[in-house]
Design a protein around this ligand. Structure first.
Ligand SMILES: NC(=O)c1ccc[n+]([C@@H]2O[C@H](COP(=O)([O-])OP(=O)(O)OC[C@H]3O[C@@H](n4cnc5c(N)ncnc54)[C@H](OP(=O)(O)O)[C@@H]3O)[C@@H](O)[C@H]2O)c1
Length: 114
């Protein structure tokens, strides 16, 4: 986060629910914090990223969930709540391996413009 900030890069979460893995929607920490604010675990997860300066791109095919995912602007997580959620960090991406040279090679081969 610090390095990205130094270069003026805003991080984006493409998969802010870890693609729905790891029981994120019933995670006890997210659920308990959500209960205190009248919000779901999903909303707490999104709010946590927003508050730390990460743009979120959640996906749902369900209208009620899409509406729920927009409804995160009327509450704030405390410093303590943010820190509690930080403890869920696994220390690595569950989706891609940024230390895998083959993956980095593939990224460099992508062309944004033809
Ligand atoms: N993950 C990546 O590596 C990646 C890469 C490039 C682009 N993207 C784009 O980033 C966006 C998000 O990525 P993603 O779909 O992989 O992961 P995601 O948003 O982290 O997770 C999506 C999963 O969460 C469920 N969900 C969404 N809102 C929910 C809610 N409020 N309560 C309970 N379940 C909820 C969805 O189910 P339902 O749809 O059934 O509600 C789906 O199973 C997509 O537009 C994707 O195209 C992702």
């Amino acid at each position: 986060m610090k390095t990205m900030s130094d270069y003026g890069v805003t991080p984006q979460a493409w998969g802010p629910f870890a693609e729905g893995q790891f029981g994120i929607f019933t995670n006890p920490i997210l659920t308990e914090i959500g209960r205190a604010h009248g919000k779901t675990a999903a909303q707490v997860a999104l709010r946590w990223n927003i508050q730390r300066g990460v743009v979120v791109i959640p996906k749902s095919v369900h209208r009620d969930r899409i509406e729920q995912n927009f409804d995160i602007w009327d509450f704030s997580l405390s410093k303590e709540e943010m820190a509690k959620i930080d403890t869920l960090d696994m220390g690595h991406s569950s989706i891609v391996d940024h230390n895998n040279p083959e993956f980095i090679k593939m990224l460099h081969s992508l062309k944004i413009h033809p």
